[in-house]
Design a protein around this ligand. Structure first.
Ligand code: GN1
Ligand code: MG
Length: 357
């Protein structure tokens, strides 16, 4: 790969002197590149197995970023992408691969909050994201991955993977399959609430991991939300839930010892407070659905990891053969702990609501 050739397709006149892998995303390949001028950029190769129409996807990114710029607190609050020399949103190289370029902003992306305030900041970031976009015409968004958080659909995909047993791994995941299938009914409740219209459709981020928020290394305030690839119509419970499953957990998503995995109720409370404060337009029904969102998003990604393990690791990047199974175990353990702690989550949410009134 000739990075200099790729960069020359964009509207910057730069010679790249250094590049390194950057970030821990499971889907795209990301590089931090440094130009002779000293300026830095983030160059990303868009994974076309996952994102079939990178141009339409970048149309979402552009529309949402511009809307945030007009409706936010005056800070930029989204990364600035560099257009191609022809004014396009991304560049397709001779091999058909799509690339995009962002101006680099110095900041921290954490996998684990170093203090409560870090996690609180990410809650404000994702809460404000929903709030600022509440007037955005949701129906104009392109859906990069249809049924992304449709958990019953994810179950259908899991069952197909079990049926096919493409990688011959069903036997080694027998326990996990059994646990996952037992939880199927509970997993469908949120989707039913979406379909019945109890919960409003919003512009949601859909991948609200703590490491998708950029924090200022000095002030520790959030700078902006990252990774807008999965922005599409969705439920606030998705964004709340995915953030809780990743950031309010006592162990990493791929901790080998799943028994270390629990929901940390203190971190749950820290995040819930920031999120609810930052998004005053949340309805009573949406607020009540937040604990369900945490459980559903955790279980959902658990079965997605499991299906990918059974399919032979064709979707998520993996570092070793059991990686997706290890991830499955942590997520199923966490989802079960959320069932146990459901009442406590609900009590915490009710207390926050009362305190904010
Ligand atoms: C993927 O790309 P990344 O690492 O931010 C995935 C999310 C999962 C997450 C699990 C497009 O996010 O849905 O929750 O991994 N993104 C896509 O860590 O599938
Ligand atoms: Mg990401």
């Amino acid at each position: 790969m000739q990075l200099n050739e790729i960069i020359s397709a964009f509207a910057v006149k730069e010679t790249i002197v250094r590049h390194e892998n950057f970030g821990g995303g499971h889907i795209n390949s990301t590089f931090k590149v440094t130009a002779e001028s000293g300026r830095k950029y983030i160059l990303q190769r868009i994974n076309q197995n996952v994102f079939s129409d990178p141009v339409a996807l970048m149309g979402n990114v552009r529309a949402v970023s511009e809307y945030i710029r007009c409706h936010s607190d005056g800070e930029r609050r989204s990364l600035e992408f560099v257009p191609t020399a022809q004014g396009g949103v991304c560049y397709q190289d001779e091999e058909g691969v799509y690339w995009r370029l962002y101006r680099y902003v110095d900041g921290l992306c954490l996998d684990v909050p170093e203090c409560d305030e870090d996690f609180y900041q990410s809650a404000v970031a994702f809460g404000q994201f929903l709030e600022w976009l509440k007037g955005f015409p949701v129906e104009t968004l392109y859906e990069p991955i249809p049924n992304f958080h449709n958990t019953p659909y994810r179950y259908r995909q899991l069952k197909e993977a079990i049926e096919k047993n493409g990688a011959g791994r069903c036997e080694s995941a027998r326990r996990e399959i059994e646990i996952a299938l037992k939880l199927e009914e509970a997993a469908g409740v949120l989707q039913a609430m979406r379909e019945s219209g109890v919960l409003p459709l919003r512009v949601t981020h859909n991948d609200t991991k703590l490491n998708n928020v950029l924090l200022d290394p000095h002030t520790r305030q959030y700078i902006c939300v990252l990774d807008l690839d999965t922005v599409m119509p969705g439920l606030s419970a998705y964004d709340f839930g995915d953030a809780i499953r990743f950031g309010a957990a006592t162990a990493a998503e791929d901790e080998q010892d799943a028994s270390k995995m629990r929901l940390d109720l203190h971190l749950f409370e820290v995040f819930a407070r920031g999120f609810i404060q930052a998004a005053p337009s949340l309805t009573k029904e949406e607020i009540q659905a937040l604990p369900l969102g945490a459980f559903t998003m955790t279980l959902e990604v658990g079965i997605r990891f499991l299906a990918d393990y059974l399919n032979g690791d064709v979707y998520f990047k993996t570092a070793y053969p059991e990686h997706n199974l290890v991830r499955t175990r942590t997520q199923l353990t966490l989802a079960n702990d959320m069932i146990v702690k459901r009442k406590e989550m609900e009590r915490i949410i009710a207390e926050i609501v009362a305190e904010l009134q």
